[in-house]
Design a binder for this molecule. Structure first.
Ligand SMILES: Nc1nc2c(ncn2[C@@H]2O[C@H](COP(=O)(O)OP(=O)(O)OP(=O)(O)O)[C@@H](O)[C@H]2O)c(=O)[nH]1
Length: 603
């Protein structure tokens, strides 16, 4: 696509806010197709969800952008820069990043489902950031679609006008023209001064093995040209700009990005920390005086140890974490040493999905096999000597006698649920030690707010909420405060050896049950060996549960003697593969799943 210069007044920058499955990816593909961004044959389904993982899980994780051209009904041509945003509750912070590059956002709501809590939180962020929010009712082709009800719900719950909201079907293509017209008419063009010194906001940066660091930027003032020398404002480092362009969605080199535009910059930066997200780029000569406001720093909520199964992978692992954290400011890591699992890293995540995704990316993209220990939230501990410490690893919880008070993090959870599932949701919240703080009826939907221990929410709460409401309830939560709680550390002992990587912190009320469940689960997961294996759960010196993996009686291959040799080989091969995922603890071989047993059992 040739580079075309657009007047600033003919540029529109927008994002899409939508709850998972309400059709954001389908709609963005439609918009791209409609604007001729890709020939039909190139139109692989859902082009914006580019990471394999995103496609498989059907969710969008990282912000990406695409530049489109649209010939509007007013006879003018417009450049539309669309910045994609993730939909899962774990990734709200990415949304605010994408929104910082935009003047408007489409709020896409499934006309058969209605507003969900997650879209609500993101919508408020957009409104706070002064963006124009344009409601779009999607899936009107569905027989159960009820656009009038959903429009009322948007007005009632979100608080923006929606009676004449555009109605479309991303699937069939109805109404897509209307959506584009609304973007052009309702969303204001970008401000900014083309004559002023360059200020470009880094929305995202990632590492490309051939090009080095690639940054997605929004030019707020001035002009960014290939060949110029740019300065990264936080570090003062100067780099020659090699390539500049935008995604259409293929990378298209233009050599220039003007005020108001969104595109990529490559400047041969090899140091993965060379272009931090949220930073400002300016020119080495005629530099801007100040940096643009960056992004709110997000703190990880959940911590877990990650250990390479093969110690040879340690350096690669460190390198991979560095690369992943470049465009994922919320991924935290520091070296950790476990007597059971060796050298690894203590990593911090936004939530369980974030953790699973990082683990999968490390395994798939970087080919590192990992053992992940049970995740834990951060506790504050007031010791008897008056000192307060933060504990993000059960191993670091001071001995019982040194603890005066333990405080656990409490979140405020906003849940939207259709009335018929309200009872189930309340039961779940009570079961998770929740305290209701408000409840409001909006037509068929009920908005309930609970204060819940974060430890209960980050684990399996989201999945349980979904299954108890047949997928209809939605959730959003933020950290609220620390609160005194009766927490204890449960240790797991294998053949009388305490396994540091298996320790967990839990509420005293649940400790007995959890200890029992973990021990039982471990018994199922640890294969029989040549001797009995005792598994115990303890609090301090007190054993709260125990069980035994009985010794192996027969040679596994015995039954193959005289039989089919290839079958025997296969069996041995299978065992070998299984071993790859085993960790030797003393003389006991423990499979990777056993380390996650703590997670798998309910409470
Ligand atoms: N009937 C109908 N189905 C649709 C429409 N738009 C999307 N879908 C379907 O809804 C499902 C979810 O759509 P996606 O576009 O993947 O949802 P999403 O919001 O992008 O999900 P995330 O990427 O996780 O945020 C898919 O099965 C789509 O085929 C529509 O207009 N009508």
């Amino acid at each position: 696509m040739p580079e075309r210069a657009f007047k600033q007044s003919n540029i529109r920058n927008f994002s899409i806010i939508a709850h998972i499955d309400h059709g954001k990816s389908t709609l963005s593909d439609r918009l791209i197709q409609h604007c001729g961004g890709l020939a039909d044959r190139e139109m692989a389904e859902q082009v914006l969800d580019s990471m394999d993982l995103e496609r498989e899980r059907g969710i969008t994780i990282k912000a990406q952008s695409v530049t489109l051209y649209y010939n509007a009904a007013d006879g003018e041509s417009y450049q539309l820069n669309f910045i994609d945003t993730p939909g899962h509750v774990d990734f709200s912070y990415e949304v605010s990043r994408s929104l910082a590059g935009c003047e408007g956002a489409l709020l896409v709501v499934d006309a058969a489902q209605g507003v969900e809590a997650q879209t609500l939180a993101n919508c408020y962020t957009a409104i706070e950031m002064d963006l124009e929010v344009v409601p779009v009712l999607n899936k009107i082709d569905l027989p159960q679609a009820d656009p009038m009800r959903v429009a009322e719900e948007i007005e009632d719950i979100v608080g923006i006008e929606a009676v004449d909201a555009v109605q479309c079907s991303a699937k069939t293509g109805i109404g897509i023209d209307d959506v584009l017209e609304r973007i052009v008419r309702q969303i204001p063009p970008p401000g900014g001064d083309a004559e002023a010194p360059l200020q470009a906001l880094i929305i995202d940066s990632w590492f490309d093995n051939y090009q080095g660091v690639v940054s997605l930027v929004r030019v707020k003032n001035g002009i960014l040209r290939a060949g110029d020398k740019m300065k990264v404002m936080s570090t003062g480092q100067v780099h020659q700009i090699d390539k500049v362009g935008f995604f259409s969605p293929k990378a298209t080199e233009t050599g220039i990005l003007r005020t108001g535009e969104v595109g990529y910059v490559i400047a041969g930066i090899k140091d993965i920390l060379g272009a931090p997200v949220g930073d400002t780029l300016t020119l080495a000569k005629n530099s801007a005086v100040g940096a643009l406001p960056g992004f709110k720093k997000v703190k990880p909520q959940v911590y877990a140890g990650m250990f390479p199964i093969s110690s040879e992978d340690y350096e690669n692992f460190r390198d991979a974490l560095g690369k992943l954290s470049l465009n994922d400011a919320s991924l935290f890591y520091e070296p950790e040493n476990s007597s059971a699992l060796g050298f690894g890293f203590r990593c911090g995540f936004l939530g369980m999905l974030h953790m699973e995704i990082i683990q999968e990316r490390l395994e798939r993209e970087y080919d590192i096999d990992l053992i992940t220990t049970a995740p834990t939230v951060v506790y504050k501990v007031l010791r008897t000597d008056g000192k307060e410490v933060s504990v993000d690893n059960p191993v670091n919880l001071p001995p019982v006698n040194d603890i005066d008070v333990i405080y656990e993090p409490i979140v405020e959870a906003h849940i939207l649920v259709p009335q018929e599932f309200l009872g189930n949701v309340i039961t779940l919240c009570v079961d998770k030690r929740g305290v209701q703080t408000s409840m409001n009826y909006h037509g068929k939907q009920v908005a309930v707010t609970y204060e819940l221990p974060m430890a209960e929410v980050v684990m399996d709460f989201f999945d349980r909420l979904k299954s108890t409401s047949r997928g209809y309830a939605s959730l959003d939560y933020q950290f609220k405060r620390f609160q005194e709680a009766d927490m204890v550390r449960v240790d797991i002992l294998i053949n009388n050896e305490r396994v540091d990587a298996l320790a967990l912190i839990t509420h005293r009320e649940h400790s007995q049950t959890r200890g029992r469940q973990v021990v039982d689960k471990m018994r199922e997961l640890i294969p029989r060996q040549m001797f009995d294996i005792a598994i115990q759960a303890t609090i301090g010196n007190h054993v709260i549960a125990r069980s035994t993996v009985k010794q192996l009686r027969k040679n596994v291959t015995a039954k193959c003697y005289g039989g089919d040799v290839s079958r025997k080989k296969k069996l041995l091969q299978k065992q070998k593969e299984g071993k790859k995922r085993m960790k030797q603890l003393g003389n006991v071989e423990v499979p990777q799943e056993a380390f996650l047993a703590v997670l798998k059992v309910g409470k």
